[in-house]
Write a new protein. Structure first.
Length: 371
């Protein structure tokens, strides 16, 4: 349509060009987007901050952060535009997503130096990245800095900090920060509670996770499928399968339908306890509840059967898997190859590998590794 506009000499303006550039970025046709930028300049218009923001976001979405940063620096160097907080935040986000948090911090200092005031989104991006890098104390310092500058942290800020503290096992700081949220009247959202439930469950602290869920309910934040699935996984990790099944029933009684992921958690728990028949019973229950098993479901049970030396049952399950339209993936192939070798079915393993090699799934290196 844009080309038609040009052919028919229908007047266009900077907004028309920027809209077309935005579309190109979403369609991953960045070369055409930059040719449109050249078209803007040739037409005598000056690209504005929205145009460049769109191009920078496009480069970052295509995992081209260096080019995005180069364009950004060029704009500053030649003073073609005055980059705004959105453009700075966009670049900072791209740097953080590519593990260049230190560069993002330097850019934060530079934007303050040119009088461009960062907002809570800018800070949250860096705080989140610092927490993911286990640099929680640096993140806490940055929160103090933003508060001192009159920028109030929000629930996203606290979610990032809680995630970082939980990952570092700093439970006393978690409790302190959670209390601080109430004092500041920053109300926890579902994601906040799910962070805490997940962290406790990963540490085997299922009682603490249940206490968090009780608080959620008291505060009027109903748990969702993620909350219950996480708690189920926590019970499975600690070998409490009966408690995990209770959680499944609680989900149902609260009107939350279990999904394939819910069953996969339980199936994995039973297989780890070498109770594969119970896992298979759950597999049979899934279609009754209108849930289709996925490739991960079958992979888990196949692995469990191999661990128990039930080679013939693997054949039957693999046949069922194919019949129901679940295409084996690379994980399935590795489980089969590993299981056949460990159970001394070498001829079958080599024959299976040759077939997979012909399909380009395995390499000769992987054959040598397994055999």
């Amino acid at each position: 349509m844009f080309r038609e506009f040009r052919v028919l000499s229908i007047p266009v303006n900077i907004v028309t060009f920027t809209t077309a550039i935005h579309s190109c970025c979403h369609l991953n046709t960045l070369d055409y987007a930059f040719s449109l930028l050249a078209g803007i300049i040739k037409s005598g218009w000056v690209p504005d901050v929205f145009t460049y923001n769109t191009l920078i976001k496009g480069l970052l979405s295509q995992d081209r952060p260096l080019e995005a940063e180069h364009l950004f620096r060029k704009l500053i160097r030649f003073r073609e535009i005055q980059p705004d907080v959105v453009m700075h935040s966009t670049i900072i986000d791209g740097l953080c997503k590519t593990s260049n948090t230190s560069m993002a911090l330097k850019l934060l200092r530079k934007m303050e130096g040119i009088g461009c005031k960062p907002d809570v989104i800018t800070y949250n991006t860096i705080i989140d990245s610092l927490c993911k890098e286990r640099r929680v104390d640096h993140a806490l310092d940055l929160v103090s800095e933003m508060t001192h500058k009159g920028i109030s942290p929000d629930v996203i800020t606290y979610n990032c900090l809680l995630q970082g503290l939980c990952s570092s096992g700093r439970w006393e700081d978690v409790e302190r920060l959670f209390s601080e949220m109430s004092v500041r009247k920053i109300y926890s959202i579902l994601h906040t509670y799910n962070i805490l439930v997940d962290a406790h469950c990963k540490e085997g602290r299922t009682k603490d996770a249940q206490d968090v869920i009780e608080i959620m309910i008291q505060k009027g934040v109903p748990p969702n499928s993620i909350t219950y699935n996480t708690l189920m996984d926590g019970f499975c990790l600690t070998g409490k399968m009966d408690r995990a099944l209770e959680v499944l029933n609680t989900m149902r009684s609260n009107g939350i339908a279990p999904d394939c992921y819910s069953f996969n958690i339980l199936i994995n728990g039973y297989c780890k306890r070498q109770e594969v028949d119970k896992a298979i019973n759950l597999l049979r229950q899934m279609p009754v509840e209108g849930i289709k098993a996925d490739v991960q479901t079958y992979n888990t049970i196949i692995h469990g059967l191999f661990q128990m030396g039930r080679h013939n049952d693997v054949r039957s399950l693999l046949h069922e898997m194919l019949k129901k339209g679940n295409k084996p993936n690379i994980v399935t192939c590795r489980i089969l190859l590993d299981g056949l070798c460990k159970n001394r079915y070498m001829d079958e393993a080599i024959s299976f590998f040759r077939m997979m090699e012909c399909k380009g799934i395995f390499s000769k290196f992987e054959l040598a590794h397994h055999i």
